[in-house]
Design a protein around this ligand. Structure first.
Ligand code: SF4
Length: 377
């Protein structure tokens, strides 16, 4: 079992909070797609060394993959099918923005085998969308979801952001209820965070915008309560789903299943080693046109592997199996791990679930602090 991620680094406009790798110019789309296909061919043996070379998931992320032509997406999928061992039934996801969801695009995506859509809704309130500089309105988002459902796309995830300035509890509750009423099957909910070199960072620095951490914690607490009442399983700290609609692709990342990332800024893991393409489209294309991989190898130390295990495992509702954890402990780490675990068990920040340890609801509210506490300084 393995997955392929394709990074499409183009967006119509820059959202105020976003620090992903993307360009708002579409001049290079054709060249980039040619480059992606070159990389797909060049990396065709990437999974050969692991026992997991059957591709079960493909994920188009970005950026905004929905702004490139369906023909481009189809050429990428064909290149993957020609060069990799793709299972008959796979989960194939595309991230879309609502304003790209025309009936024609939806039909084309469906015909090429895309069977899951992750839609960047972010909010059902127009004033919040304007603040975030999103390229769509709340009406367009609702229309896009209904059009997809009418076309037979039923596995739909939406992104929602909480902790927005002046967002009160009622607005957050209304956003969640609107998602439920629209019968989406998956939600990814993120707190608005200030990333360096974004418009939001500038506004906060100039004191033109103030974020309220306590309000964000209140919204997250409400999310936990709401999910339990409304039939959504809170399976990862930022992700909720109707039964059976977990993201298979993202769940594979969290379980340590190999994946190959194609495109500038994409990351890969072959079961042993990690690599990533630096975020530079021009150098990426130059390298591939010379038939050379642009990927940089990453070697994690034993301590870094332990940190990663804690960081990923504690975000999952199932937590980390005690038995599995033993592979990440040496004498020094084991002592610190054990005392930290006991401290958080005593405080009820962590609970023991059939030999797995996981964050309690109270612990989820301070997840970043607890994760840091497990780290070796
Ligand atoms: S559309 Fe997505 S990737 Fe593009 S700027 Fe907005 S949040 Fe970032």
């Amino acid at each position: 079992m393995a997955g392929i991620y394709i990074h499409i680094p183009f967006c119509k406009q820059a959202c105020t909070y976003c620090d992903f790798y993307f360009s708002t110019s579409s001049k290079m789309v054709d060249e980039l797609v040619d480059g992606l296909i070159l990389e797909i061919k060049l990396q065709k043996d990437y999974f050969k060394e692991s026992n997991n070379d059957v591709i079960n998931t493909i994920y188009f992320g970005g950026g905004t993959p929905s702004i490139i032509k369906p023909k481009h997406l189809q050429n990428i999928i064909e290149a993957i099918c020609l060069n990799y061992n793709v299972a008959n039934e796979i989960e194939c996801t595309i991230e879309v923005n609502p304003d790209d969801c025309s009936a024609n695009n939806i039909k084309a995506w469906k015909e090429m085998g895309i069977n899951r859509v992750s839609c960047g809704v972010q909010s059902f309130v127009d004033k919040d969308l304007i603040f975030m500089n999103r390229s769509h309105s709340a009406n367009e988002a609702e229309g896009a979801i209904k059009r997809m459902q009418d076309s037979g796309v039923t596995n739909i995830s939406i992104d929602l952001i909480y902790g927005l300035p002046n967002m009160n509890e009622k607005v957050w509750a209304a956003n969640l209820n609107q998602a439920k009423n629209l019968e989406v099957t998956h939600l990814s909910c993120y707190s608005l965070t200030v990333e360096e070199k974004t418009v939001l960072a500038h506004l906060v620095k100039k004191q033109l915008v103030k974020l309220d951490e306590q309000a964000a914690a209140r919204d997250f607490e409400y999310l936990m309560h709401w999910s339990a009442q409304n039939g959504f399983e809170h399976y990862e700290i930022s992700n909720l789903c109707k039964k059976g609609f977990e993201s298979k692709h993202n769940s594979a990342y969290w379980k340590g299943i190999p994946y190959l990332g194609i495109g500038p800024s994409a990351h890969s893991f072959n079961g042993n080693f990690r690599q990533h393409n630096p975020p530079n489209m021009f150098s990426y294309l130059k390298s591939l046109n010379e038939n050379k991989s642009y990927a940089v190898q990453e070697h994690l130390s034993f301590t870094e592997k332990y940190h990663e295990k804690i960081m990923i495992g504690l975000r999952l509702s199932q937590g980390i199996a005690h038995a599995d954890m033993q592979n990440y402990l040496d004498d020094k780490i084991a002592k610190h791990f054990k005392s930290t675990l006991n401290k958080h068990l005593e405080k009820n920040n962590i609970v023991n679930l059939n030999d797995n340890f996981a964050l309690s609801n109270q612990g989820k509210l301070i997840a970043d602090y607890i994760i840091q506490d497990f780290f070796i300084a």
